[in-house]
Design a protein around this ligand. Structure first.
Ligand code: ATP
Length: 205
């Protein structure tokens, strides 16, 4: 069974992914894969250099993330060119990671922009959305990243709306809690529902 895990910035996706991993799920972090592709020596670096020039590669040989963020924010065509390089590579590496997973494991693909890049919907059996109010996202990301409120809201405005994510969800974890214990209870309850539905053979510890 393949689960696509998504949610807006600061919704708690990584935290939920960690809890699912503790329960025995095999989590594939597509953000980490994307980072690897654009790190020094990463598989996407030469294609990015060809398309965007040397100026987009920093002294270490990594993609200059701050510069690229500025460019794709200002220019949708540049965003498309970057995505045309990265998406097929992310897809291929994600499939390779899935093939390397233990047989029978529940596969969880952590995909921040699952709704925004629609192709993911065809690659998973179920979509799990971690949802919380925008105000909660703002509070958490300001605290975690040390950003000001406007910076957090800019990112939120670029992402899908809550309703768009909820519209494709098979499972929803509402994570407005201020404690991790409440979230853990919710994730365990979801795991039991998946078990009852035959999605996983793992047991809740
Ligand atoms: P991003 O999209 O930026 O990667 P994310 O959706 O993966 O974010 P997390 O990193 O899991 O979100 O959570 C954001 C922050 O909020 C973290 O610092 C996390 O510890 C905290 N957090 C999330 N859920 C809870 C909760 N239920 N109780 C307390 N803290 C929480």
């Amino acid at each position: 069974m393949r689960i696509g895990l998504t949610g807006g910035i600061g919704s708690g996706k990584s935290t939920v992914a960690g809890l699912l991993r503790d329960l025995g799920a095999h989590v594939i972090d597509t953000d980490a894969i994307a980072h690897g592709l654009t790190a020094p020596g990463g598989a996407a670096i030469e294609a990015i250099r060809r398309q965007f020039g040397d100026g987009m590669i920093d002294a270490r040989g990594a993609m200059d993330r701050a510069r690229m963020r500025e460019q794709v924010f200002a220019d949708p065509a540049a965003r498309q060119r970057l995505e045309a390089i990265l998406h097929p590579m992310i897809g291929a590496q994600t499939e390779a990671a899935a093939r390397a997973a233990p047989a029978g494991a529940l596969l969880v693909f952590d995909v921040p922009l699952l709704v925004e890049s629609g192709r993911w919907l065809d690659r998973v059996d179920r979509v799990l959305v971690v949802d919380c109010p925008v105000e909660t996202q703002v509070r958490r990301v300001m605290q975690r990243n040390g950003w000001d409120e406007a910076a957090v809201r800019r990112v939120i405005d670029q992402q899908a709306r809550r309703e768009q994510r909820l519209a494709v969800a098979h499972d929803v974890i509402f994570n407005d809690a201020r404690t991790l214990d409440t979230l853990r209870d919710e994730v365990h309850a979801l795991w039991r529902r998946w078990q009852a539905a035959g999605a996983t053979d793992g047991t809740v510890g």
